[in-house]
Design a protein around this ligand. Structure first.
Ligand code: NAD
Length: 515
């Protein structure tokens, strides 16, 4: 039974209210205690703040096609001897370090300069700038808040509320003692230098310091953040603290050399693959030779692709923010990883231009004939239209929220199976927990130890979710779904939420409420 709401006017739908539909559906199905529902339907805390940054001087590209550029046609080229003092940015601009002027032969007119074959640039003086930052702490009944930090131009309060809530469900599903949080900064990282991003990261931690901690809120990498950013966050948080080594677990996703866990880098992709393996085992489907579409070739997409290719699957098409590539016989994933991630000239880290495959359009990507699709980019990609065109048997959500409610309905109508994000991409946070445990114990586990624990956590909980979905309560040596089945069959997304909510609700029911 749905709790009666006081508001007379219906709320406008946004990404948060839309994704919370699954929560309400599952809460109805388990007859959730009304007060627990109120506790969970909004975050505990929504922190919105600003971080400021001193920008460096820049050379901002002035395309020759620009009307203004015509006035500088005859501007002689300047020669900058210290080439490395012009630091290229992924958006085509340059950071202009002062040493670029040493021994240089420069002609500047009205602030415009021509640099050899690179073209015309406007010199723009560095200035302070402010950026909106967020940390949403959704729920901590099962343990400290836990969730990634995203640096992206399209983030919003509703998006972070959605992602923070998803972390609460996810940590419950893999049964680790954490709650849910998410945060980040509204910024286009492609327009800023490494040093500027570092300063911004440090400032973010400076502002958040009182709200985070190994037993309070534990950030991790997400879109456009990585092990290096985590290292800086840890240093900023722990520097000067008397027991700083006891605080290592304040962030996860660190480099293994500074307290990170073996297997963490690939953990989310590995978790995606454990889900696929378990699905294939259940269906008697042969993964060797299986055809796979991968959207997003960042941390999650490239790891999942690499592991699947290692198992003999064929990655037939890859799409990212800048392009799409296709090769019917299967793309050489190791070569693609070298091209995207180990190639300093590929500033955008894109698959576009990879010589071992054919470029195709983004629309055609979803039409490529395959067995499995792994969306591992951003949310909202598989909408009703894409779901109509996609030709696969299984969608495994590597990304958070890649399928819209419309997409869900169409996939279900077309009998395309789905493994929802809150289990499919839970590998990252699971190994984050192992990293946190190793930090508390000052231990270092082997990759094999990490992966065998991860495999058990993902496969046994996926089996519970499948039993809930089919309403087939069972107890085996590795899982027990009897306490979670609800007496009727439901879709996989609802089943996953049922598992999460039953585990979370138990805390409130057994512990009661502080008054
Ligand atoms: P990443 O920054 O390493 O890579 C993101 C990839 O998505 C890049 O290849 C980028 O080009 C691509 N992309 C961005 N916008 C796109 C668009 N509009 N169309 C197509 N491709 C686009 O990020 P990541 O860490 O791999 O995360 C990917 C997704 O997985 C996100 O939804 C994230 O929330 C989710 N996730 C990540 C982790 C983790 O451990 N990294 C854990 C759980 C969930």
């Amino acid at each position: 039974m749905r709790v009666m709401r006081k508001e007379a006017t219906p709320k406008r739908q946004n990404i948060f209210t839309e994704t919370m539909e699954t929560f309400h559906r599952a809460a109805d199905l388990i007859g959730m205690h009304p007060r627990v529902r109120l506790e969970l339907e909004e975050p505990d805390f929504e922190h919105i703040f600003y971080v400021t940054l001193d920008l460096r001087d820049r050379l901002v590209a002035l395309p020759e096609t620009d009307e203004e550029a015509a006035r500088f046609k005859d501007l002689p080229s300047s020669s900058v001897k210290a080439g490395e003092a012009l630091e290229p940015l992924a958006n085509g601009d340059f950071v202009l370090h002062r040493r670029a002027l040493l021994n240089a032969d420069i002609t500047v007119r009205e602030g415009v300069i021509r640099i050899g074959s690179r073209g015309l640039f406007r010199m723009v003086k560095g200035e302070p700038r402010k950026f909106k930052a967020y940390r949403i702490q959704h729920n901590q009944v099962r343990g400290p808040y836990k969730g990634g930090v995203r640096f992206h131009k399209d983030v919003s309060l509703d998006l972070f509320k959605t992602l923070a809530a998803e972390m609460t469900w996810k940590t419950a599903i893999v049964d680790i003692p954490f709650g849910g949080a998410k945060g980040g900064i509204r910024i286009d990282p492609q327009a800023y230098s490494k040093e500027e991003m570092e300063h911004l990261t440090l400032r973010y931690v400076y502002k958040l310091k009182n709200l985070m901690g190994p037993f309070l809120d534990i950030p991790a990498p997400d879109v456009n953040t990585n092990a290096q950013i985590m290292a800086m966050m840890m240093r900023q948080y722990t520097d000067g603290e008397r027991f700083r080594h006891a605080l290592r677990g304040v962030v996860t996703g660190k480099d293994v050399r500074i307290g990170g866990s073996e297997g963490r880098l690939k953990a989310t992709g590995q978790g995606v693959v454990y889900c696929i393996e378990e699905w294939a085992r259940d269906k008697g489907f042969q993964l060797r030779g299986a055809r796979v579409l991968v959207q997003g070739f960042g941390n999650v997409g490239s790891s999942a692709a690499e592991i699947l290719a290692g198992m003999g699957a064929k990655i037939v098409a890859v799409n990212d923010a800048n392009g799409t590539i296709h090769r019917d016989e299967g793309i050489d994933v190791a070569a693609l990883i070298r091209y995207v991630h180990e190639n300093p000239e590929n500033l955008k880290k894109t698959v576009l231009g990879f010589p071992g495959a054919t470029p195709i359009s983004r629309a055609d990507f979803w039409k490529v004939d395959a067995d499995i699709a792994v969306p591992a980019a951003l949310g909202g990609e598989i909408d009703g239209n894409v779901a109509e065109t996609i030709r696969v048997k299984l969608v495994v959500e590597g990304a958070n929220g890649p399928t819209t409610p419309d997409g869900d309905r169409v996939l279900a109508a077309r009998k395309i199976e789905l493994i929802p994000d809150i289990i499919a991409n839970a590998g990252g946070v699971t190994v984050s927990y192992y990293e946190w445990l190793q930090n508390q114990r000052m231990e270092h586990w082997t990759e094999q130890e990490v992966n065998s624990r991860l495999e058990r956590a993902i496969k046994s909980n996926l089996a519970v979710i499948r039993d809930i979905a089919r309403d087939k309560p069972a107890k085996t040596a590795s899982h027990d779904s009897r306490p979670f089945c609800i007496g009727k069959a439901v879709d996989m997304r609802t089943a996953a939420m049922v598992l999460a909510l039953k585990r979370i609700e138990a805390h409130y029911l057994l512990e009661g409420f502080s008054q």
